[in-house]
Design a protein around this ligand. Structure first.
Ligand code: AHR
Length: 505
């Protein structure tokens, strides 16, 4: 085993852009045990007077999530919002088509918005452009945001919510390019519907920000034409285009799996280029920003999922998409976070999909059991906690290698974030080599008088190590692997490790 030598230069004046805190958003869908038996569990020893688990709220707070997407996902494309409001005992049960479950509407949009506000998050609401259209979207917006004296705002007041919810961010449907989507559309169909819906919604509330649906992944056959065609319709009314991407190590090739963040980077670059093409074609002035509103690792649970949705449909809150994350999954999540930060100038929102029980950093054991942290909880928590401020241009020289499906993969991926208010710089670095440790020398000349505050590491000698409610095999620790000398921080980055190196005065 050798030692890779890595050089990095950071300078307080070389800024990519200010990180929008909303890139540390997450997602709760009415899917599986995310809502029922996840955040909501009346009868649980920690449940509050509304049935929401206090221990789950506390753990979500540790992630400091500024925005949460709701209520889907695929769920939204068959969502009848009117069924989810008003007296609970009068709400109907519905067939939930996306996940072939039973939606009992015990938690609806008012309860969810109150829960999100309580934990300090804004809500990013999605409208149903699958089975429904402009009419339902406009009524929902009027219900949520209009102060009063109209049919739907008065209905909200009657339901006990005098003040408007003032939901600022609205997604115009979900993954409308995907054949699996209920009410899937061609690009022309979606473009026109989204354009007219956006136009009407902005008339109701000009303050809202709208997200136009982008491709469901980089591998969709219609990518990137989908973005080019649909944004030509929606450009005048929207602020964001969505991106979604999940990765998995189905092939059992860990070194190649850790190179997937390079695909994510390429995906982002192509979407930015497409947005700029549309801007030029429209002779427009505004940039369309990116809302990377679904991203994560997702593959462990895929077969189990089919077993439930195909053989045992229409269950309330069945255990779906309950991926148990390995240590290597946490490394890729760290790499994906670094990729998002590196695009701070154009990626202004992002949602780790999802938050509780469903492809989630936070799990609850069934039947009101314990709440616990998955491996991926930690890189997300670190990024959300220390990755606020200005993303600095990472000038990195790292050895490179090829993997089975990727070329020129850097051994070390890193980015640094300068927090002017706290007078701190944090370097996030993943050594994704599975065989070599790395010695990283970071030239920090413009940060005179700074010292190493802390070097946090997430590592394991078992790439497949997982956590559970009984044991936290994968958890961060503080090390003394970084030293500052003459304006250079020298850090030892163990092979396969996530590193958070904090500098301050
Ligand atoms: O997050 C799980 C699902 O993944 C969402 O419902 C959908 O939008 C995506 O395909």
């Amino acid at each position: 085993m050798g030692l890779n030598k890595v050089k990095m230069v950071i300078d307080r004046d070389y800024r990519i852009g200010e990180i929008d805190k909303r890139i540390y958003g997450s997602f709760i869908e009415h899917l599986g045990r995310a809502v029922y038996d996840g955040i909501y569990c009346p009868g649980h020893p920690t449940a509050d007077e509304n049935g929401f688990r206090q221990d789950v709220k506390d753990m979500v707070r540790q992630l400091n999530v500024p925005v949460i997407r709701y209520p889907g996902g695929n769920f939204v494309s068959n969502f009848y919002w009117e069924d989810s409001v008003g007296p609970v005992e009068e709400r109907p049960k519905r067939l939930e088509l996306a996940w072939r479950s039973l939606e009992e509407n015990r938690v609806g949009l008012n309860e969810f918005i109150s829960w999100a506000r309580e934990i300090g998050s804004d809500v990013m609401m999605a409208v149903n452009l699958g089975t429904r259209g402009m009419d339902a979207a406009c009524n929902l917006l009027e219900y949520c945001n209009h102060p009063g004296n109209t049919k739907y705002s008065d209905l909200r007041i009657k339901h006990g919510y005098k003040e408007p919810h003032k939901i600022k961010i609205w997604c115009l449907g979900n993954e409308m390019d995907g054949p699996w989507q209920i009410g899937h559309k061609t690009m022309e169909e979606y473009g026109r519907l989204a354009e007219e819906t956006a136009k009407a919604m902005k008339l109701i509330d000009p303050e809202i920000q709208l997200v136009s649906c982008g491709s469901s992944s980089k591998t969709m056959p219609t990518f990137p034409k989908w973005e080019a065609v649909t944004l030509e319709h929606t450009y005048d009314y929207v602020d964001f285009v969505s991106m979604h991407q999940y990765y998995g190590n189905q092939a059992g090739d860990s070194q190649d799996f850790l190179a997937c963040s390079d695909d994510m980077d390429q995906f982002i670059r192509t979407v930015i280029a497409t947005c700029d093409y549309v801007k030029a074609k429209k002779r427009g002035r505004k940039n369309i920003h990116i809302s990377f509103d679904e991203w994560n690792v997702w593959y462990h649970s895929k077969e189990a999922e089919k077993n439930i949705t195909e053989s045992k449909p229409w269950q309330p809150a069945p255990p779906l998409l309950e991926d148990i994350y390995t240590f290597e999954d946490a490394l890729l999540v760290g790499l994906m976070l670094i990729t998002l930060m590196k695009h701070a100038d154009r990626v202004k929102m992002a949602c780790l999909a999802q938050l509780v029980n469903v492809i989630a950093p936070i799990m609850t054991d069934a039947a009101g059991g314990k709440v616990w942290r998955q491996t991926i909880f930690y890189p997300f928590m670190h990024a959300s906690q220390y990755g606020r401020g200005f993303a600095l241009l990472p000038v990195i020289h790292s050895p490179k290698f090829d993997t089975s499906k990727h070329e020129d993969v850097t051994a070390v991926e890193a980015v640094s974030v300068y927090n002017e208010e706290r007078d701190e710089v944090t370097i996030f670095a993943v050594n994704r080599s599975l065989t070599e440790d790395a010695q990283m020398a970071v030239d920090v000349r413009s940060f005179e008088g700074y010292r190493v505050l802390e070097h946090i590491v997430l590592e394991s000698n078992d790439l497949k190590a997982v956590n559970s409610s009984l044991e936290q095999k994968v958890a961060p620790k503080s090390t003394s692997q970084s030293v500052m000398d003459g304006g250079v921080v020298t850090s030892l980055l163990h092979k396969a490790s996530w590193n958070v190196i904090r500098l301050g005065k």
